[in-house]
Design a protein around this ligand. Structure first.
Ligand SMILES: [Mg+2]
Length: 400
């Protein structure tokens, strides 16, 4: 279940749990977090801390984004036609396979920039992956593609969690998954975030595999035997304090729900949806009430609404910064938004559900390898590569 590791789920615990909160308050601050995966030592309770210092990052990013967007989209003022469409790229199986660019993706993306380096076409990356802050993913994409990608052009599976930060700002958050999920949640504005490893380390004997980890020095191997399902079931069944009476299930959010995805390995890898199925099956077998959860990521229509809103925000920023000089205060709505993806049940289904102005393009470089269109979720267009998709779009939109 490799994709468990690519995105992450989080569950929110009731902050009114006095016993747990007291335990957390009394815990002394540990050293600076350098790694998401913490190790148990002797089965004793460990120190833990909250990443309060990162809570201010999101609003600062917004201001920086507005000024960057203004510069990048200055060229759009010159052509109303060019501002009437935008593009959303999936990443895994379309732009990258593992860490390697595929399908002529560097050449395709570079065609969306002018020689000066300014964007010629508004576009962003819409992925169900994640585990790192959007700024970090933008830097990685910039290196792979050879162009400057802004953090605001990266929407990951967990990006919608930002909208929950006000509601759960002071609630305890347990973040699980690959990468730096606790750091990501802290950057979104949540003030009390712990990784599932940090949380589990507070409770002696909660990890039935802990004795087998003592000889383990390889971190990857260590994580592969982590009983995430066991600990999550404990948390979900007891209302936040494992080992106590059953309580109300805390809210549970998944960053995505795709069953499989294309990575570096030739066969498709199981995704967050596979983990959700496993967790749900186990939980429903040991608990009298079915598991309650919310899944973000494609094909959830909210994700496509967010992508359209982000592209529109770029337009709005551009217009508001240039209308004083041009006298043009109008904002042209998108005639077409192109979704380029490799997974019919995620990318294409999502675009179809979102409806106008979305137009779906299916590539053959990832999950889908069929000769003809997909039977259950047919795309508006099927192409071999992302480069072919961009060629089609630019020709259709009369952009040279
Ligand atoms: Mg994909």
């Amino acid at each position: 279940m490799e994709k468990i590791t690519q995105a992450f789920s989080s569950c929110l615990l009731n902050s009114t749990n006095d016993h747990l909160n007291k335990r957390l308050r009394e815990a002394p601050p540990p050293p600076k977090r350098t790694n998401f995966c913490t190790r148990r030592k002797g089965g004793k309770e460990k120190e833990m801390r909250f990443q309060r210092s990162l809570a201010f990052v999101f609003p600062r990013t917004r201001n920086r984004f507005q000024s960057q967007a203004s510069r990048y989209f200055s060229s759009l003022l010159e052509s109303e036609q060019r501002s009437s469409f935008g593009i959303a790229f999936d990443i895994d199986g379309v732009i990258l396979r593992g860490r390697d660019p595929i399908g002529g993706s560097p050449q395709a993306v570079r065609r969306l920039y002018e020689d000066s380096g300014n964007l010629n076409v508004p576009f962003l990356f819409l992925t169900n992956g994640g585990g790192v802050p959007e700024s970090k993913r933008a830097n990685e994409l910039s290196e792979h593609l050879g162009v400057k990608i802004m953090p605001s052009q990266v929407l990951q599976g967990h990006s919608p969690f930002k909208s929950l930060s006000k509601r759960y700002e002071n609630q305890l958050i347990i973040a699980a998954g690959k990468g730096e999920p606790a750091v990501v949640m802290s950057e979104y504005g949540f003030k009390k975030v712990v990784s599932i490893d940090e949380y589990a380390s507070l409770f002696e004997n909660i990890d039935p595999l802990s004795e087998y980890k003592k000889w383990t020095t390889n971190q990857v191997l260590d994580r592969s035997v982590h009983p995430m399902n066991t600990v999550l079931c404990d948390v979900l069944r007891c209302g936040g304090l494992p080992g106590q009476e059953n309580g109300h299930q805390p809210p549970l959010y998944f960053a995505s729900d795709d069953l499989e995805y294309q990575a570096a390995f030739p066969s498709n890898r199981l995704g967050m949806g596979a983990f959700r199925i496993a967790l749900e099956s186990v939980f429903n077998s040991v608990h009298h009430n079915p598991l309650e959860h919310v899944s973000f990521g494609k094909p959830n229509p909210i994700v496509f609404k967010n992508a359209e809103a982000m592209l529109r925000q770029l337009q709005l920023s551009y217009y508001s910064n240039n209308s004083k000089e041009s006298g043009d205060s109008g904002l042209q709505s998108f005639k077409t938004l192109y979704m380029i993806g490799d997974n019919p049940s995620v990318d294409i289904k999502g675009a179809r559900q979102a409806g106008h102005p979305w137009f779906s393009i299916l590539t053959r470089t990832g999950v889908f390898r069929g000769k003809h269109n997909h039977a259950e979720f047919p795309a508006d267009m099927v192409v071999d590569t992302v480069e072919e998709a961009v060629d089609y779009i630019l020709e259709r939109e009369c952009v040279s």
